[in-house]
Design a binder for this molecule. Structure first.
Ligand code: SAM
Length: 398
């Protein structure tokens, strides 16, 4: 057994021991398909320079990174010339536009997909091709279609898959339109964040078929949904218990939206104490964090944290595209203070949402579900006819 083989074996043992993969067939797929051939290089960040360097398979640290339960950034700005520059040893800047997803997250989404023999599957977001290979292993290549908006990623994924003996149907296509040429499908899995379920996905799924997707609410929530398509054209199901943050669809320009949100912050703003720490909305492990993604108008926000070098407390800034913002600090005495500005009192709304969440018994994310009907997206607590319902804002319908 080579060092790489033993790293791969250890990595899958860890996934199994942690309970991240419980289905023996998916475990076999993870065992038999190494991640390495799909991620021959990845970017790592140098925070102090706000830039990235490339880790290639020739590097001594590459294998530890690949055979670990971490996401790996594989493309910046949809621009392969940055990879070439980084390959010459120069740090580069940019925002991530493709990655290999965290393996435990891939596993929980694949398990939620509940693939049955003979199912025809559409994957949206081919990326490196690793998830596609796992789908091929499980369902057979003839039953797998995978699309990505980026032609160079599709071409590279095709080469890597062919090398391992897999020849699924791959196409360059904007995922928001689904893939009519291959429809109908029994399963659709999206590995890119999308604000809502396009009508095309529902129309292209057989009745009883399943759609698993990450709902993009900007920096909030990491919401994963598993929906079953019904005869009346409705898609309905539960949110998954796991956090599932994904990069957004390219056309959403979320990074530009974040820039715009932070540029729109005006001076001043009134300041007051608050009883709530900022972690409730920035820490994905906090049981309340996802709730803001459901309930706040605007559907989410962007946030950034920085520590001034003048000894003042760390500031966490939260901003929405309409210029609403809040700046939260916690003094050495533990007192929380918030400064707010812009058209909507963002922190007041967070406090109201937190109060509401406590009032309904602090429910965890898996108690919620989503119904999509005629483009309307309704989140409910416990059951579809619950008195507790939230309509996702219009942004959720691409
Ligand atoms: C997180 S990566 C997918 C990871 C992939 N499944 C893997 O195993 O490597 C997200 C992918 O979605 C793609 N993407 C972004 N916007 C898209 C769109 N509108 N339609 C289709 N694919 C899109 C990106 O090019 C990127 O490759």
């Amino acid at each position: 057994m080579t060092d790489i083989d033993s790293l791969q074996a250890r990595f899958v043992d860890t996934l199994a021991a942690s309970g991240d993969v419980s289905d023996p067939e998916w475990l076999t797929a993870f065992r038999e398909i190494p991640r390495g051939p799909f991620v021959p290089y990845y970017f790592t960040q140098i925070p102090e320079l706000s830039s990235w360097v490339l880790v290639e398979s020739s590097s001594p640290t590459w294998a530890e990174g690949v055979y670990s339960n971490h996401p790996l950034i594989t493309q910046l700005n949809g621009d392969d010339t940055r990879t070439e520059t980084a390959r010459r040893g120069q740090p580069v800047t940019g925002v991530s536009t493709s990655s290999s997803t965290t393996p435990s997250l891939m596993a929980s989404m694949l398990e939620a997909l509940d693939v049955q023999p003979g199912d025809d599957i559409l994957e949206i977001g081919t990326g490196t091709g690793y998830n596609t290979a796992l789908l091929c292993h499980r369902a057979g290549c003839d039953h797998v279609t995978s699309i990505d908006i980026d032609p160079s990623l599709v071409s590279t994924a095709r080469d890597r898959l062919t090398e391992l003996g897999y020849q699924p149907h791959l196409a360059v296509q904007d995922g928001t339109k689904g893939y009519a040429a291959g429809a109908p499908f029994d399963r659709i899995i999206a590995t890119v964040g999308i604000p809502g379920v396009p009508r095309e996905w529902i129309a292209q799924t057989r009745v009883g078929g399943i759609i698993v997707l990450p709902l993009d609410r900007r920096d909030c929530g990491g919401l994963l949904a598993r929906l079953t398509v019904q005869a009346d054209g409705c898609a309905q199901g539960r949110l998954l218990p796991d956090f599932g943050g994904f990069m957004p669809l390219r056309h959403l320009d979320r990074h530009d939206a974040a820039d715009r949100a932070f540029r729109a912050i005006d001076d001043g703003g009134d300041q007051r104490p608050t009883t709530l720490p900022v972690d409730i909305v920035t820490d994905e492990a906090d049981p309340f964090e996802f709730f803001t993604a459901l309930t706040l108008p605007g559907g989410g926000w962007n946030h950034l944290t920085f520590t001034p070098n003048n000894g003042n407390p760390t500031e966490t800034w939260i901003a929405q595209g309409d210029g609403s913002w809040a700046c939260h600090t916690t003094g050495t005495d533990g007192v929380h203070t918030v400064r707010r500005g812009g058209p909507v009192p963002l922190w007041d709304r967070i406090e109201t949402a937190h109060h509401h969440w406590r009032h309904i018994g602090r429910p965890t994310r898996d108690r919620f579900g989503l119904t999509v009907h005629h483009g309307r997206h309704t989140i409910w607590l416990d059951r579809p006819d619950s008195p507790h319902q939230w309509e996702l804002p219009a942004l959720s319908s691409p």
